[in-house]
Design a protein around this ligand. Structure first.
Ligand code: NOJ
Ligand code: MG
Length: 523
């Protein structure tokens, strides 16, 4: 039971993370693409929101085949974004505002332009050959196994110069690194040291469960549930290409390294069923990541019955030492307001910020940005370009932040790299700042309440019974009990309990009922 005289929890348990997609936050040099100086300029928005940490999607030198998730130098800054001096300034400016800063570590693959891969592909006897995963062709000359890239097509690319295939779980411009090679592993752990030494507060680790493949690289089994129209990756179950025991051991090494620096945090990007997901916490003696990202609010149906089940099953799956976390948006997922609608997006904000566990917010969700249709000629996402028309485009969640109603929404002096949300003239930070009913105002209230109420930040959690379409739970810390009721329908529903309303997602009210699309926190 959480009690006021417990030792204070670490910041990453009590706090809230805000994801910045650097290409789309703020452009400062007029090239239509966001940059580090731009982020620095907009830090007051982040601080005023009331979050505790920023996670930056990759800012390293990159040919941008996958918009930074193809890293050509793990210890540099992409010139389009700035340089190391600009990074140091941003880090200092964040720390000066009490904000922690997390970088995005991409260990599964580098860019094919990384000097390591250039060396590796240069000859079969190059010392770095084994830093990547090379195999002879199958007897028929085809790829060594049946693995499919997450972006569609074979996960293997033939390199005529040396007569072998290399593995790429994503684009062919993103060759997979070989973490079974001790020198590669040492080099990558040195990358983490480089940034920890510079003062970063932790990492979000890209596709962590992918980093080691089963010995012998056996074929993956067919997925009996696959049907045309869903992503090609899902034709197979990624049994041998992901979630290997050796990857857990490496996560434990990363954690030991992080812990040697004091209060640093590791957040692992991991998509797995609950039982296997929970193993990424490791054990109390040999912990792995602090927070294995939990994407279940994104992946499941938006109704009270489904949410109740998702929350209960996830809570039940956690090891005693495992602190939960929740995500409702990212640069990969559809916008929450596009998925559940404007009214329910407010309910979603309350859910995210009142559940037990560290919330991660995605830039722009605090404005309620909804559907952004990208005209075909402006599509940039390689995943969409390779598998068009099945609704997996990611550009729609990567559009620039609308700051005000000036040209290009104050994001840039020129046309941005992706179009703005169509309603940017009214849906922007400046407009919402002066509107007490805005989504931004709601997020600020919710974050302020979470900071003021340890019951919300770190308290115990229990689901409560409620009328159909209502999700209800309590949060308890010492003698403080707060209750949350969320109406997942557009019709009024009975309030499951009485008390003082501390915050509602709607204005006014207080008539003893939960209005349609209303969420309340009560004492
Ligand atoms: C997950 C990242 O979030 C996504 O944007 C990227 O394309 C893949 N990993 C590959 O790095
Ligand atoms: Mg720029």
């Amino acid at each position: 039971m959480s009690q006021p005289d417990d030792p204070p929890p670490p910041w990453w348990e009590r706090g809230t993370v805000y994801q910045i997609y650097p290409r789309s936050f703020q452009d400062s040099d007029g090239d239509g693409v966001g940059d580090l100086a731009g982020i620095e300029r907009r830090l007051d928005h982040v601080a005023a929101l009331g979050v505790d940490a920023i996670w930056l999607s990759p800012i390293f030198p990159s040919p941008m085949a996958d918009f930074g998730y193809d890293v050509a130098d793990y210890c540099g800054i992409e010139p389009m974004f700035g340089d190391l001096a600009a990074f140091d300034r941003l880090l200092a400016a964040a720390h000066a505002r009490g904000l922690r800063l997390l970088l995005d570590f991409v260990p599964n693959h580098s860019s094919d332009q990384h000097p390591w891969f250039q060396a590796s592909r240069s000859s079969r006897t190059d010392p770095k050959r084994d830093w990547y995963i090379w195999r002879d062709p199958a007897p028929d000359g085809g790829p060594p196994n049946n693995w499919i890239s997450d972006f569609g097509g074979s996960a293997w690319d033939y390199d005529a110069a040396t007569g072998q295939y290399y593995l790429h779980a994503f684009l062919k411009q993103q060759p997979d690194l070989n973490w079974r090679n001790p020198a590669l592993k040492a080099a990558m752990l040195d990358v983490m040291r480089f940034w920890f030494d510079r003062g970063v507060d932790g990492f979000r680790i890209d596709v962590l469960w992918h980093i080691v493949k089963a010995e012998g690289l056996p074929d993956n089994p067919a997925n009996p549930y696959w049907r045309p129209g869903i992503t090609e990756r899902d034709r197979l179950i990624q049994q041998h290409s992901t979630d290997q025991p050796e990857a857990h051991a490496i996560a434990a090494e990363m954690r030991a390294l992080a812990d040697s620096y004091g209060e640093r945090v590791l957040i692992g990007e991991i998509f797995l069923p609950n039982d296997r997901h929970a193993r990424w916490y490791g054990t109390p003696e040999r912990p792995q990541v602090h927070l294995p990202f939990n994407f279940q609010l994104i992946e499941n149906a938006w109704d009270a019955v489904s949410l109740r089940r998702v929350i209960a099953d996830y809570e039940a799956s956690l090891p005693p030492h495992g602190w939960p976390n929740w995500v409702i948006g990212s640069h990969d997922a559809p916008r929450i307001a596009a998925r559940v609608g404007a009214a329910q997006a407010r309910v979603a904000a309350m859910l995210l910020l009142t559940l037990r566990g560290t919330p991660t917010l995605y830039q722009g969700d605090e404005l309620g940005i909804a559907q952004v249709d990208i005209p075909p000629e402006r599509v940039r996402d390689p995943q969409e370009l390779r598998q068009p028309g099945i609704g997996i485009g990611r550009d729609r969640s990567r559009t620039p932040m609308p700051w005000d109603s000036s040209p290009h929404a104050g994001f840039s002096a020129v046309e941005p790299w992706l179009p703005l949300n169509p309603d940017w003239r009214t849906r922007n930070v400046a407009a919402q700042e002066t509107d007490p009913r805005s989504m931004l105002a709601l997020y600020r209230h919710l974050l302020a309440l979470r900071r003021a109420q340890p019951a919300l930040a770190i308290g115990d959690f229990a689901l409560l019974d409620a009328a159909p379409d209502v999700l209800a739970y309590e949060r308890r810390h010492g003698h403080t009990v707060l209750r949350v009721a969320l109406n997942l329908s557009a019709e009024p529903r009975p309030l499951p309990f009485e008390g003082e309303v501390l915050l509602s997602t709607l204005e006014g009210g207080g008539g003893g009922v939960l209005r349609g699309d209303e969420g309340v926190v009560m004492r």
